[in-house]
Design a protein around this ligand. Structure first.
Ligand code: T5A
Length: 225
């Protein structure tokens, strides 16, 4: 019995954190969590960067302004890869090996979109590094919360201070959005587009419909006879 890795992706402020919490609650209220427990599967919510103890320290380096000198693009790429290597080996794989289900806030597609499309680093290098960091672990389902870049940034600005990456200019974030668009187009088997422009509950309904369909396929015993 192996578990399932479900990833939430999208531009800044697209609502991933909000929707992961709502999905967690829905899985409990809809009875799916209890059914999973009957099968010996537990649910884990985690994120990148920062899903491990070491990852929390790396997240601080990545998103804070810890030094006066600007972080080089390759340094940033390698720090995200280091966070992921630790997360996959120390957290994701052990949970999946026990049959668990994981809701993860960002994963490899964020590196393609932000460091590849956003920073302009070589995409082949990024695919190779993702492969090294994950040792080949891919998401089983990626929910891409598709939201206009300006709307997302307005939401994060209303929340208060912006982190190091949120402070990048709008053109950078538009390239990131292009990256997510391309990823969805080229991986239709695992990426589902969610229209994230509506209310929190409108977005949650789309996600619940996608999860319901996928969970029935993964976790419902076929009728015998
Ligand atoms: N990164 C990450 C890389 O560059 N490369 C990588 O490989 C990886 C893994 C992570 C940063 O690291 C970068 C990407 C990021 O810049 P983070 O703090 O985790 O940093 O940043 P985000 O993942 O972008 O998280 P945010 O909290 O900023 O955005 P979310 O989670 O998408 O949005 P959320 O749910 O917090 O909502 C933002 C605000 O909008 C409101 C919420 O209440 C909140 O105030 N909101 C809505 N408002 C109106 N309508 C809705 N439907 C709403 N949904 C939420």
């Amino acid at each position: 019995m192996y578990g399932k890795l479900i990833v939430f992706e999208g531009v800044e402020g697209c609502g991933k954190t909000t929707q992961i919490q709502r999905s967690r609650q829905w899985l409990s209220e809809s009875g799916w969590e209890a059914r999973l427990q009957e099968q010996g599967r537990s649910l884990l919510v985690t994120r990148e960067p920062g899903g491990t103890e070491l990852g929390i320290a790396l997240r601080h380096l990545l998103l804070g302004q810890v030094t006066q000198e600007p972080m080089q693009n390759r340094t940033e790429l390698l720090l995200y890869a280091a966070d992921r290597a630790q997360h996959v080996a120390g957290c994701l794989r052990p949970h999946l090996a026990k049959g668990g289900v994981i809701l993860c806030d960002r994963y490899t597609d964020s590196t393609v979109a932000y460091q590849g499309y956003g920073r302009g680093l070589d995409l082949n290098l990024i695919y190779l590094l993702n492969q090294i960091a994950t040792d080949g672990l891919e998401s089983d389902l990626t929910l891409w919360l598709d939201l206009d870049v300006k709307t997302g940034l307005n939401r994060t600005h209303q929340r208060g201070t912006a982190d190091r990456i949120e402070q990048a200019d709008i053109v950078f974030h538009q390239r990131v959005q292009q990256g997510f668009t391309e990823l969805a187009r080229s991986h239709p088997h695992r990426v589902i587009r969610i229209d994230a422009s509506g209310s929190e509950s409108a977005v949650a309904h789309q996600i619940q419909a996608a999860l319901q369909q996928q969970f029935e396929q993964w976790f419902t015993e076929p009728l015998s006879g």
